[in-house]
Design a protein around this ligand. Structure first.
Ligand SMILES: [Zn+2]
Length: 483
């Protein structure tokens, strides 16, 4: 299926249905097709089945490939019997040629060989004279090439057996079973639909603006930095915004009517840091929903000041990996954006002994350190960033399916941000750029300027750096579904 991503202005409605080929990089990018090119191997057109059967059948994540033989691109085959005319070397070459033919079938079925997760099982049949016993040495021609191309993922269980004869007198016939990445379907719809039928529930991600998200797989509802009030505070408000203006010394305030219209339930709230545009609405949302809040000590100290009971608060420092009933979360140590031309630094922290009194002033919502979260749902993992910075080593090996990337302009103060981000996260199949908007503008105001400044360059860069990723820009209150 052809994938098209439209970069409309923010008021446009996006509808997208795409089949995504996930890339899971191991050490260095996993790219079997590049490996084939290095080996100078060009895959032929896959040979047609010679009777009433198909080249391969996929069931679930497994593909069962029909037996194939050493057919050359010109249609001729390597014929003969091992131990009665053909040498082991000739048999090895026949098995290697068969591997090329089977990879051609896989390529035709998958579109991209990087979707191969594991070569599971190989049955190698060798046309053998009665006293020939070196079938494994022959089928090694198949196995060696498969491992050369797919690396660790190519290592398979195998049987290599002798046959009295094979169709048309071909030297070998080999079949195999391969595990592949599931296809992911990504949809973007302007509004949330009622719950889909149970059993086939997609992961739903709704963007609240800034770094705020609602994520649910139908079992559990997670909020990340849910900030909806979008107060006109400090500088940078919109001249047409006729809501009250707040200074940073003013008492914090949440637009509870607005929040109530968008948030009715939550099981967990993940808080990356305690700045007001991330944590400002969490006291109200935590009390309203009873959600468990996971954040650093400054975050939980603020919530405690607002009377959120200790049972709801999970204080973390980064590095924790917690299993809950339907969901697990790894707390990933992070860094805050390099604000003020990299002069920003705030070492202040709150703890249980800090005498905080709610309501706090807006400027009492201090950073308190920065975290990211790898949230694992039943079928997908999501790496949520709260800011335009990260510790590369902490992201390596996480390999999320979905990256919620912080991408506003302050990322340009970070060395090679886009490439390091996409590389260290293993070129995620789905990338959703966030924190690109002006969070002082209420919902419904045009964000075109920030879209042009932040989103367009990031998306262009990401398409070059990680062509296998589907990059979708979430608009305010839109829901993206991933199957
Ligand atoms: Zn911040």
């Amino acid at each position: 299926m052809k994938l098209s991503i439209e970069l409309g202005i923010v008021t446009a409605t996006l509808y997208l249905l795409a089949v995504v080929s996930p890339i899971s990089a191991q050490q260095g990018p996993y790219d079997p097709e590049a490996r084939l090119a290095e080996l100078g191997i060009q895959l032929p057109e896959p040979p047609n089945p010679v009777a009433n059967y198909v080249n391969g059948v996929q069931t679930g994540n497994l593909i069962f490939l029909a037996g194939k033989g050493p057919r050359r691109p010109d249609g001729t085959e390597i014929h003969g019997k091992l131990g009665a005319g053909l040498t082991i070397e000739e048999g090895y070459e026949a098995a290697r040629l068969t591997a090329i033919n089977q990879m051609a079938v896989l390529k035709a079925m998958l579109g991209d060989l990087s979707r191969v997760v594991r070569v599971v099982k190989v049955l190698g049949m060798v046309n053998s004279a009665p006293d020939f016993v070196d079938q494994p040495a022959v089928i090694n021609g198949f196995s060696d090439l498969i491992v050369e191309v797919f690396g660790e993922r190519g290592k398979h269980a195998r049987a290599a057996v002798g046959m009295a004869t094979l169709p048309r007198g071909q030297a070998v016939e080999i079949e195999l079973v391969v595990e592949v990445e599931p296809e992911m379907v990504v949809e973007v719809e302007p509004e949330m639909d009622p719950r889909p039928a149970p059993g086939n529930e997609p992961l739903e991600l709704t963007y609240f603006g800034t770094a705020g998200w609602r994520i649910s797989d139908g079992n559990v509802v997670i909020l990340v930095d849910p900030y909806l009030s979008r107060l006109n505070y400090g500088e940078g408000g919109h001249p047409d915004d006729d809501r009250p203006a707040f200074s940073r010394d003013d008492l914090a305030w949440s637009d509870t009517t607005l929040i109530d219209s968008h948030i009715t339930e939550a099981d967990f709230i993940l808080c990356t840091h305690a700045h007001f545009d991330h944590l400002g609405d969490v006291p109200y949302i935590a009390r309203k929903t009873g959600a468990k809040v996971i954040g650093h000590e400054t975050t939980t100290a603020i919530l405690r000041a607002y009377g959120i009971p200790d049972e709801q608060l999970f204080t973390v420092k980064g590095g924790e990996d917690y299993q809950f009933e339907d969901f697990s979360v790894r707390v990933v140590p992070g860094l805050h954006s390099a604000l003020e031309e990299k002069h920003y630094f705030d070492s202040r922290r709150y703890d249980q002994s800090t005498g905080l009194q709610a309501p706090l002033r807006i400027n009492q919502f201090i950073e308190g350190g920065s975290l990211n979260f790898l949230a694992r749902f039943q079928h997908h993992s999501v790496l949520a960033m709260g800011s335009m910075n990260f510790i590369e080593r902490e992201f390596q090996g996480l390999e999320p399916d979905v990256l919620l990337a912080g991408i506003n302009g302050s990322r340009l103060g970070i060395y090679d941000f886009d490439r390091r981000l996409l590389t260290s996260t293993g070129f995620p199949p789905v990338v959703l750029p966030a924190h690109w908007d002006n969070f002082r503008y209420p919902y419904g105001f045009s964000q075109e300027e920030n879209f042009e400044q932040n989103v367009v360059p990031f998306v262009e860069a990401a398409q070059v750096l990680s062509p296998g990723s589907t990059v979708i820009t979430p608009l305010h209150l839109e829901t993206i579904r991933i199957r």
